[in-house]
Design a protein around this ligand. Structure first.
Ligand code: PMV
Length: 293
C-alpha cells in the first residue's frame, strides 16, 4: 500500500519559538510518497540507494520508523520504496515527511488501523531516536496537515501561496540555535526585545494569513527578516538573494534555521508552495505511477 505525507514550512517564528514565543507553521503541497509491501526481511529503496535496515545512514528515519511500527505490530519484513518531492536537508521537513509517509504505508499494508494521533506519537519518537532532541513540531504538522499557530496548536486556514528559493547552502539547525543562544547570553537586553518583536510578528502574521492579506504578510516578512538578520542567522548570500527579490517588489525571509537552507518569498522563487497541505493519507496506485514522472 502507498501513503503520502506533506513537507512543512515555518512561515513566522523560527528561533523565537525556541524561547517559548509563537510560531506559524504550515504543511505544504510538496509530498513524500512511500510504498510498503509485505515480504520476508526488510529492504529500503530511495533516491539515496537500496539498503536493508540502516539506522545510521541515509535511511535512518525510515529504519527507525519500521522499528517503532514493529513494536506495535510484529512484522517479518517489508519492502519500502520512497519517492519525495520535498528537497532533503533544506528545512522543509523532509525527515518528518518521509517518517510519516512510511508509517502511513505500513499502517495501511498491515491493516493496523492506527489513528493520526498514534502515527504522530510514533513519528515523534522516531525524531527523538534519530536526533536525540526535537520540538516535535515537524512530525505534528506533517501528520495532521494544515496551518497552525504554536505552541497553542491552533489551526487556521489560508488561501495564500508562496515561492521558495533553495540557497543550496547547508543549514545546520543545532549550530544556528546555539549561535542565537550565545548572542542572547551576551546581549540579553538587545536580543530579548528582538525575540519579543518576532513573537508579535508571528501573531500578526497568523491573522494576516487567515485574512488572506498579502500586503500585510509582505510587510511582516520584511520586518521578520530584518530581525533574523539582527540575531545573526542570515548570510551574505541570503541577503543578496533577498535584495534581488525586493528590488522586484516582492518580500522574502529565511524559513527555518537560516545560515543557508531556504527562503520563503511572495514571488520570484525557484518553486511554488501552497500552504495547508493535507496530512498523512493513503494513496492509490494511480498516484504512485504519477509520482514516478
Ligand atoms: O530549519 P528547521 O526546519 O530545522 O527549523 C528550525 C527552527 C528553529 O526555530 C530554528 C529551531 C526549532 O527547533 O524550532
Amino acid at each position: 500500500m502507498i501513503a503520502s505525507a506533506p513537507g512543512k514550512v515555518i512561515v513566522f517564528g523560527e528561533h523565537s519559538v525556541v524561547y517559548g514565543k509563537h510560531a506559524v507553521v504550515s504543511a505544504i503541497d510538496l509530498r513524500c510518497y512511500a510504498k510498503a509491501e509485505k515480504r520476508s526481511g526488510f529492504r529500503i529503496i530511495s533516491q539515496f540507494g537500496e539498503t536493508g535496515l540502516d539506522f545510521d545512514g541515509h535511511h535512518s528515519y525510515i529504519s527507525h520508523a519500521i522499528r517503532r511500527f514493529s513494536e506495535i505490530r510484529k512484522i517479518e519484513g517489508a519492502l519500502i520504496e520512497v519517492r519525495s518531492s520535498v528537497p532533503p536537508a533544506s528545512g522543509l521537513g523532509s525527515s518528518a515527511s518521509v517518517t510519516v509517509a512510511v508509517l502511513g504505508a505500513l499502517n495501511a499494508e498491515f491493516d493496523t488501523d492506527l489513528s493520526q494521533d498514534e502515527i504522530f506519537e510514533l513519528a515523534r519518537n522516531v525524531e527523538l531516536d534519530v536526533q536525540g532532541i526535537g520540538s516535535g513540531t515537524d512530525p505534528f504538522v506533517v501528520t495532521f496537515g494544515g496551518s497552525w499557530v504554536i505552541p497553542e496548536k491552533k489551526r487556521f486556514e489560508t488561501r495564500l501561496n508562496f515561492d521558495v528559493v533553495d540557497t543550496k547552502q547547508k543549514s545546520v539547525t543545532s549550530e544556528m540555535v546555539r549561535r542565537v543562544r550565545e548572542l542572547k547570553e551576551r546581549y540579553p537586553d538587545i536580543v530579548n526585545p528582538v525575540l519579543d518583536a518576532m513573537d508579535s510578528i508571528a501573531l500578526k502574521g497568523a491573522e494576516a494569513l487567515e485574512k488572506n492579506d498579502a500586503e500585510r504578510v509582505s510587510e511582516l516578512f520584511r520586518m521578520n527578516q530584518s530581525l533574523l538578520r539582527a540575531i545573526g542567522v542570515s548570510t551574505p548570500l541570503i541577503d543578496r538573494i533577498i535584495a534581488g527579490i525586493e528590488e522586484e517588489g516582492y518580500a522574502a525571509k529565511i524559513t527555518g534555521a537560516g545560515g543557508g537552507g531556504c527562503i520563503i518569498t511572495t514571488g520570484r522563487g525557484d518553486f511554488k508552495i501552497g500552504l495547508s497541505g493535507e496530512g498523512v493519507r493513503v494513496e492509490d496506485f494511480e498516484d504512485w505511477r504519477e509520482s514516478d514522472n
